[in-house]
Design a protein around this ligand. Structure first.
Ligand code: ATP
Length: 266
């Protein structure tokens, strides 16, 4: 297990809009405890994916520092697994081979790699589909393979960027249950990007609401609701409304700036 510390982080893209430097966010500070489930929520473009990519080591902060267990993050590492919205499986490999492929750098014996792949595929309920090929799977099943692939590498931190964004409501809901039980069983530290307020409340210990223009952390909500959570729970509804009000205000701000006088929203 490991924690993540994001200290005074800024990200500026040099070739931003109209080719001038574009600062996505500044002074972002966030500590994620070991074993904690934290969601990043915010309007499109506020920099959720950019921040996640910096923690993954796939992108670099312009200023500030990001550490995991006090070690500076400068590149991707086996201590951090990433699951994206698109599962990006290799079509020529079957399900088990796809999971084992991710283990190549781990220098495991053949038996160990096999055991790990089988264990995590069973954990995501794909025990019967180990020999199937990606084109034979539904979107939800493909995403389960991607989750098993990330977990098989045994990372301390799991970084998930809208992993269920492309799935239908029912599949999404099943995967919510699976992610919760995996998290409870493995006690991974999870940083989870989503647009979906309900998804964030269902899964997280804390929800970090990000705003845009300038990108920043607006508010951090503790989700003190007993698990398993129900969307009909009065505490759930109250928190959903609080977050929704803040998020709506932020989205209207973006629309007003983009559309000027032509915008008829609140
Ligand atoms: N490589 C890049 N070069 C220039 N600008 C970029 C680059 N990557 C992202 N951006 C800009 O940075 C901002 C933040 O993007 P990012 O994808 O992190 O936002 P997001 O909150 O994850 O959005 P969404 O919810 O729509 O996925 C956007 O305005 C985007 O256009």
């Amino acid at each position: 297990m490991a924690d993540v510390d994001i200290v005074n982080v800024e990200k500026t893209f040099s070739g931003g809009k109209e080719d001038s430097p574009f600062t996505v966010f500044q002074d972002v500070n966030l500590s994620v405890d070991s074993g904690e489930f934290v969601s990043l929520l915010g309007p499109s473009g506020c920099g959720k994916s950019t921040l996640l990519n910096i923690v993954a080591g796939l992108d670099e902060a312009t200023a500030g520092k990001v550490t995991s267990d006090d070690k500076a993050i400068v590149k991707p590492g086996p201590d951090r697994g990433v699951v994206f919205q698109e599962p990006a499986l290799m079509p020529w490999l079957n399900v088990k081979e796809n999971v084992k492929f991710g283990l190549k750098k781990h220098k495991l014996s053949k038996e160990e790699a096999e055991d790990r792949a089988v264990h995590f595929l069973k954990l995501v309920h794909l025990g019967k589909f180990m020999n199937a090929f990606p084109h034979e799977l539904s979107g939800g099943m493909k995403q389960r393979v991607a989750i098993a692939r990330a977990l098989a590498m045994n990372p301390d931190v799991l970084l998930m960027d809208e992993p269920f964004g492309a799935l239908d409501e029912q599949t999404r809901s099943m995967l919510h249950e699976e992610v919760q039980s995996i998290w409870e069983e493995t006690k991974k530290t999870i940083l989870f990007v989503t647009h979906n307020i309900r998804e964030a409340i269902l899964l997280s210990d804390r929800i970090v609401l990000m705003g845009t223009r300038p990108g920043r952390i607006m508010e951090v909500f503790d989700v003190n609701i007993e698990r398993p959570r129900k969307t009909s729970d009065p505490d759930f509804i109250t928190l959903e409304e609080r977050i929704n009000d803040q998020l709506k205000g932020e989205i209207h701000k973006v629309m007003r700036e983009e559309m000027g006088d032509g915008y008829g929203g609140a």
